[in-house]
Design a protein around this ligand. Structure first.
Ligand SMILES: [Zn+2]
Length: 145
């Protein structure tokens, strides 16, 4: 009869067969000193502990890579300018009545109109940045020729 090797878990102190212990190199008997159940419990606890730290790290990562996302979106807008323009024109044409109605609403409501103007101003400020970049790109191409 084959006698199964057994071992005592250092945490729950139960004597269990070796198959209940995870294998690990650089150990005398080739297994962890805590049983699978206890080890999983340990990992879970450790993860809960570091969860908050991981969230903070993720946020930091986004902050430090924010420029990349901003640049990516900007480049997308530049490279797909024609498609985007066509899309917006089509959208406008299909929702003409809606936009006309909105326009009438704004005419009646001065406060809303002021808000809308501020919003458009902000947008055009961003768009100007995009337009400037398009120009720079074109000029760089010309210079490279
Ligand atoms: Zn155990």
């Amino acid at each position: 009869m084959i006698k199964l090797k057994r071992k005592r878990c250092r945490i729950c102190r139960r004597i269990k067969p070796l198959t209940e212990f995870y294998r690990v190199e650089h150990r005398k008997d080739g297994h962890r000193s805590e049983c699978k159940l206890c080890f999983r419990e340990m990992v879970k606890r450790a993860q809960a502990k570091t969860r908050q730290q991981r969230l903070i790290k993720q946020r930091e990562w986004y902050r430090t890579h924010r420029d990349y996302f901003v640049k990516y979106r900007r480049r997308y807008r530049i490279e797909h300018r024609k498609e985007l323009k066509a899309y917006h024109q089509k959208y406008y044409a299909e929702h003409k009545d809606y936009f006309r109605k909105k326009k009438e609403e704004y005419k009646r409501d001065q406060k809303k109109l002021a808000q809308r103007r501020a919003y458009n101003k902000e947008w055009s400020r961003r768009f100007r940045t995009t337009a400037r970049l398009v120009k720079q790109k074109k000029e760089a191409k010309k210079a490279a020729r």
